[in-house]
Design a protein around this ligand. Structure first.
Ligand SMILES: C[S@@+](CC[C@H](N)C(=O)[O-])C[C@H]1O[C@@H](n2cnc3c(N)ncnc32)[C@H](O)[C@@H]1O
Length: 333
């Protein structure tokens, strides 16, 4: 949910037209890193997101310029430990027959245990990314973790029979990371900290373009990703509500109608201070209109444009709404 994977053909050419080859680009709210990964061959990428699971994907796919996994790695790193697990029981204890069957939970705990035995941090990130993928593939829910399917759901039986281990193995073996010559960096910060005066000095020297893809509705993203956050942290959190949400989940100011304009103003101001161009992905159905965002950008930038793309949009498991317009607002001096 929220990944820009299906929009890459529309967004990437517009972003590349704003910079020269070799320029540094900041993906400020990187999520699954779809954008940074597509830009990686020609640009130095600095990527950031507040979520831990996003950091793991970024370490494996954005920072990593040397490590790929093979079947031999899997045999050496994972298989000897996989069924030896006696200690890791978080998923069997708390998620059996919710988003996963008990058997699927056992695979998840055993894989997580085996991954923790891997010494190399890049490899560990790649294995965790494969486990995140496997959990997304096997979950009994409408495509995210806001709620799990009721026992009466017609697809439940099929989903419960999917093997987490097989999905994990498939992802490990097809995961050939694109390498580049740039020394990329992945951070896990609140973007306000990254764009503060100290953050700019420390992390953002030479950045020529800031890309942002913020949440655009009242739905807090952390509700859709809490299980992925938990598999990465593996910290036995206190779980709330029927959806078993972490009680420490992050609340973004972009999800409040009375705060969102100020967030855009803060970002446009900070990015103009480091003389970077700014590109903002947003929806026409967001909490604030694209034109209102453009007006904010105009306080700090001379050339501001709103590009519209047609896009089919997932309604959090309730089917697809077609032909919604997704926008990219570009701002340059
Ligand atoms: C729409 S998603 C980004 C999707 C991403 N472009 C992709 O293709 O996967 C928005 C992201 O903003 C992150 N986010 C929300 N508030 C944040 C904040 N204050 N600081 C950093 N990241 C934040 C969320 O964790 C989420 O991953």
């Amino acid at each position: 949910m929220g990944s820009k994977l299906k929009l890459l053909d529309l967004i990437i050419p517009k972003l590349e037209a704003m910079v020269s080859d070799g320029d540094s680009i900041l993906d400020l709210m990187a999520g699954t890193h779809a954008i940074g990964y597509a830009l990686k061959p020609k640009h130095k990428i600095i990527a950031n997101d507040i979520q831990e699971y996003s950091k793991v994907i970024g370490v494996g796919r954005i920072e990593n310029n040397s490590v790929s996994l093979t079947e031999r790695d899997l045999e050496k790193d994972i298989l000897p430990y996989f069924r030896k697990n006696k200690k890791y029981t978080l998923f069997v204890d708390h998620y059996s027959d919710t988003y996963f069957s008990r058997k699927q939970c056992k695979d998840i705990d055993d894989l997580r245990y085996a991954i923790d035995q891997v010494k190399n941090s890049t490899k560990r990130a790649l294995y965790l990314t494969a486990l995140i993928y496997a959990m997304g593939y096997c979950q009994s829910s409408p495509g995210h973790f806001a709620q799990y399917m009721p026992k009466s759901h017609p697809r439940l039986k099929t989903l419960r029979e999917l093997s987490v281990f097989d999905a994990f193995k498939k992802k490990v073996l097809e995961n050939h990371v694109v390498f580049s010559k740039f020394k990329n960096k992945v951070l896990k910060k609140d973007y306000r900290e990254l764009l503060s005066e100290d953050g700019r000095k420390k992390y953002l020297k030479g950045v020529k373009l800031i890309y942002i893809d913020p949440p655009y509705s009242e739905a807090q993203y952390s509700r859709f990703y809490h299980v992925l956050e938990t598999i990465v942290k593996y910290d036995y959190p206190k779980l709330d509500y029927k959806g078993l949400y972490r009680d420490d989940r992050f609340q973004s100011n972009f999800c409040y109608e009375n705060k969102v304009a100020e967030e855009f103003d803060f970002i446009a101001n900070a990015s103009s201070k480091i003389k970077a161009s700014l590109a903002i992905s947003y929806s026409e159905r967001g909490l604030i209109s694209p034109n209102a965002i453009a007006q904010i950008c105009k306080k700090y930038y001379k050339n501001v444009r709103v590009h519209s793309f047609k896009h089919s949009h997932s309604m959090q498991g309730r089917g697809m709404i077609l032909d919604l317009k997704e926008v990219l607002i570009t701002a340059q001096n």
